[in-house]
Design a protein around this ligand. Structure first.
Ligand SMILES: *Cc1c(COP(=O)(O)O)cnc(C)c1O
Length: 401
């Protein structure tokens, strides 16, 4: 059996260096736990950036994957399959939207939303051809394609990857006046994360989304919420926009929709928006809506419902956040979160969050720093209170250093 060092050396040699992972090589997972090749057990506090809300190796999701794998895996959308319809119906019923369009990765779903908004803008709003603008927020994360990094404010995501796609305007996150000022007669949509996950678990001011909703209604813009990370229970609601009692026009989902097993993403919207945007032949994906994805997606949703993961996230998140907020440690600048999406911000004078993540790893817990200063705690939603207490016993000494 190769050692950790040998695995790391191999990856160093053969993989493009587009990530900087913690030096741990995992080989097995179950629920909120993972094991490395040395046999050491860790609590997974990242949950694959919230793609693993249902936990590792959920038996119902793995069972659905295996059963479908034995029957039919791919048809392409040139033909129907007998599982996409049932999955879409369940997804629409659970979320309250009329229609959905399935893709694979999150970035593809964001691209799909942008295409929908642009075409809706030309066909319905009457914006002059090829001039549409979408307003986005600084410090956003919506994925890595050329168009998506075209409206990133993070230099590292853009450096060397231009020329970029035009038609985007950035405003400071949470600034409703800036949003109002950014709108022109070319604006078709406002794209926003209800909480910025990769940006460092940033929560906008209260009522920001409500005000944005009202502004979009007044100006005839589509409100598009990217809930790829915040959605499906992570923040203690099925979707984080529910905290503001609003509904977006286009909802973007991904990550946990695939139950930690398979990439499944998509957009949800009204029939009117979908009809304005899409006709046979103008958009698609070979693997989007494939039978394996739909079987996994159905099981992923069923687990969220049956195991009450949304309620669990709200309740355990409240407890975990409360306990973290009690911690007295000079390095802590801020502790914030909703549900089981929690960020502990480290003061710059204490260096970055990375060494803290390394010490947490040694203590048996896998976290990833985000935006240098923030340790994100976002375990699978199947975690229990006892395990959170286990984690707190290890987090507190690391923070008190
Ligand atoms: C992860 C993420 C994406 C991109 O998803 P991929 O599957 O990595 O392409 C987009 N938006 C948000 C908010 C995300 O967290």
């Amino acid at each position: 059996m190769p050692t950790t060092a040998q695995f790391l050396e191999e990856v160093e040699c053969y993989s493009a260096h587009n990530y900087h992972p913690l030096p741990v090589v995992l080989t097995k997972g179950e629920g909120c736990w993972v094991w490395d090749v040395e046999g050491k057990k860790y609590l997974d506090m990242l949950a694959a950036y919230s793609a693993l809300n249902q936990g590792h190796q959920h038996p119902k999701i793995i069972g659905a994957l295996k059963a479908q794998a034995d029957r039919l895996t791919l048809t392409s959308r040139a033909f129907h399959n007998d599982i996409m319809g049932p999955f879409l119906r369940e997804l629409c019923e659970m979320t309250g939207f009329e229609q959905a369009l399935l893709m694979n990765s999150g970035a593809e779903a964001v691209e799909t939303a942008i295409k929908a908004a642009r075409r809706w803008g030309y066909r319905v709003k009457g914006v002059a051809p090829d001039t549409a603008e979408v307003v986005c927020c600084a410090n956003n994360f919506h994925g890595r394609t050329v168009t998506v990094v075209s409206f990133s404010s993070e230099p590292a995501y853009r450096d060397g990857f231009g020329p970029f796609t035009p038609g985007f305007r950035l405003i400071p996150y949470g600034d409703i006046d800036a949003l109002a000022a950014a709108v022109t007669d070319k604006t078709v949509a406002f794209l926003v994360e209800p909480i910025q996950g990769e940006g460092g678990v940033v929560i906008p001011p209260d009522r920001f989304l409500q005000k944005a909703r009202a502004l979009c209604d007044r100006q005839k813009l589509l409100l598009m919420t990217d809930e790829i990370q915040t959605g499906l229970g992570r923040t203690g609601r099925l979707f984080a926009y529910e905290y503001e009692n609003i509904e977006p026009d286009i909802l973007i989902v991904g990550k946990a929709l695939g139950g930690g097993v398979y990439p499944v993403s998509g957009i949800l919207a009204s029939r009117a928006i979908m009809d304005a945007a899409f006709v046979p032949g103008n958009h698609g994906s070979t693997f989007g809506g494939n039978p394996l994805a739909c079987a996994v997606g159905r099981a992923a949703l069923r687990v969220i419902r049956e195991e009450k993961l949304v309620e669990r996230s709200a309740e355990l998140g409240r407890y975990f956040l409360g306990e973290l907020q009690k911690v007295q440690a000079p390095c802590i600048a801020d502790v914030r979160g909703r549900g089981l999406m929690i960020g502990v911000e480290i003061k710059k004078s204490f260096g970055t969050a990375r060494p803290y993540c390394e010490r947490l790893k040694d203590a048996g817990m896998l976290c990833k720093e985000t935006h240098d200063q923030v340790i994100r705690f976002s375990p699978p939603l199947v975690i229990d209170k006892e395990t959170i207490n286990w984690a707190l016993e290890r987090i507190v000494p690391v923070l008190q250093g």
